[in-house]
Design a binder for this molecule. Structure first.
Ligand code: PHE
Length: 460
């Protein structure tokens, strides 16, 4: 039974929107940090294996559930014959969406603020000269910025409103239309930045760090970190892909689409590494500078890496933060859509009303998250501030848990004829490659996801 809902109108729009969900802070901010902390190239190789063996099969599983059910993620499991337990699984996905969005939009707000900051710091400005002369400048700036009672919250709210503006227009006129503009723009900027990075002094050292593997760095922990990163980066485990797939047409090749999205996502992550590490090595900053890399080390790094051509350094800096804003926006849009689809379909709200409810709730939660690392820093819950708590709970527990449940459902509970029908588009595509994916989903994925979960809980 097909209900009245708009679908993606074109194949390109569908792939770009789904890739837009995947490509985000996870690729440009988190991936280089993880690679930097885990020895560079060896991590990247393990990461690619994780994407192939785990990320793509799980993406396919979510696609199958979403397209077969043709409804929001909470309803999907019920419609496909799941009992009450499985209905809760869908709701868990929606809840994870609220969690991730609440802290993700805080960082999204920072990217917006840094974009405008970078644009204001022209090479001739006094502030730029001061920042270059002072190593502690950005650390103080960032500290003061996140501690400000209003500024980060205002930036976060503006960011959510941008996403609101898109979501309210619906799937085809909103998500698809904007993805078709934002994603190509993102690729153009990224390619320009990669080209520039080859001209930095540290290009050789940075590229060697990224591409010369040192396998002595491979540990179980590192493999688990790579898996966790693949989950987050590919938006797996919370119903985002399931929701988007519910807008796919019957002719969409699910396997191929998962492969394309996985490839685009990995490519963007590696290209971000190519932009960041040569610049980092040009200035002698440690590549494992951690989460602060993007907001403390990088603002100066690009300017220093191109010190002979200050306007080029300026352009690279502004473009880099524009890239972050674009990538983050398409991910926030996909996060926004999950609860919006749920509220419209399960609570029969109009799209406008549902989007507004989501916007208000996440701005409220985001405000609390932002305050918890700023003015209300002392406030802790289970030993963590709200921001860290949301981040940790969602990426270490809820996403792997959701991923495990989705996989189990698709591989073991879902009627096999539905699985086969979705993977072969009603028998028009060969089942050959799908066999491998189904085998990975049945026998491999549940076991390794369980490992990620217990490691996330600190039991490993
Ligand atoms: N995949 C996004 C990123 O890499 C984050 C995300 C996770 C988006 C889950 C939607 C759902 O930044």
């Amino acid at each position: 039974m097909r209900n009245e809902r708009s679908d993606f109108a074109s194949k390109l729009g569908m792939v770009l929107a789904t890739a837009g969900s995947a490509v985000g802070l996870g690729n440009i901010w988190r991936f280089p940090v993880e690679a930097g902390n885990n020895g560079g190239a060896a991590f990247i190789i393990i990461y690619i294996l994780c994407v192939l063996a785990l990320g793509i099969p799980l993406t396919v599983a979510e696609f199958v559930v979403g397209r077969a059910a043709h409804t929001n993620t909470a309803q999907a499991y019920k419609r496909l014959g799941g009992n009450r337990f499985w209905r809760q699984t869908g709701k868990l996905g929606v809840m994870t969406g609220w969690f991730i969005m609440s802290y993700y939009i805080v960082v999204a707000g920072w990217t917006l603020a840094y974009f405008f900051k970078a644009a204001s710091m022209t090479p001739s400005s006094a502030e730029q000269a001061a920042a270059l002369a002072d190593n502690g400048y950005w650390e103080r700036y960032f500290g003061a910025f996140i501690a400000h009672p209003l500024l980060p919250i205002a930036c976060m709210a503006v960011f959510v409103l941008m996403s609101h503006f898109v979501i309210v227009r619906g799937v085809e006129k909103g998500i698809e239309r904007f993805s078709k503009v934002l994603m190509p723009l993102l690729f153009i900027i990224l390619i320009a930045l990669v080209a520039c990075s080859f001209f930095t002094e540290g290009a050789a050292a940075g590229l060697a760090f990224l591409f010369k593997p040192d396998f002595s760095k491979v540990t179980l922990r590192m493999v688990l970190a790579a898996m966790g990163q693949a989950f987050f980066s590919m938006s797996i485990g919370m119903g985002c892909l399931c929701t988007y797939a519910s807008y796919f047409g019957r002719e969409t090749n699910l396997l191929r689409t998962a492969l394309h999205v996985g490839m685009i996502d990995t490519l963007v992550a590696i290209m971000s590494g190519i932009v960041i590490f040569p610049a980092v090595f040009s200035t002698g900053i440690r590549p494992d500078a951690g989460a602060s890399l993007v907001f403390i080390a990088l603002p100066n790094v690009f300017q220093e890496a191109f010190s002979a051509l200050p306007w080029l350094g300026y352009a690279v800096s502004v473009l880099f933060y524009a890239l972050l804003v674009l990538a983050t926006l398409t991910s926030v849009i996909s996060l926004h859509e999950v609860p919006t689809a749920y509220l419209t379909e399960d609570f029969h709200l109009s799209r406008r009303a549902a989007t507004t409810v989501v916007t208000i709730v996440v701005i409220t939660l985001g405000t609390l998250c932002s305050l918890s690392i700023g003015p209300l820093k002392g406030l802790a819950l289970f030993g963590r501030n709200l921001f860290d708590l949301f981040d940790w709970t969602s990426s270490q527990i809820l996403l792997p848990l959701g991923g495990a449940l989705i996989t189990f459902f698709a591989a073991w509970i879902l009627d096999r004829s539905i699985l086969r029908r979705e993977l072969t588009n009603d028998g028009t595509l060969p089942y050959g490659h799908a066999r491998l994916i189904v085998a990975l989903l049945r026998y491999f994925a549940p076991f390794v996801i369980f490992l990620i979960l217990i490691s996330g809980l600190g039991l490993l």
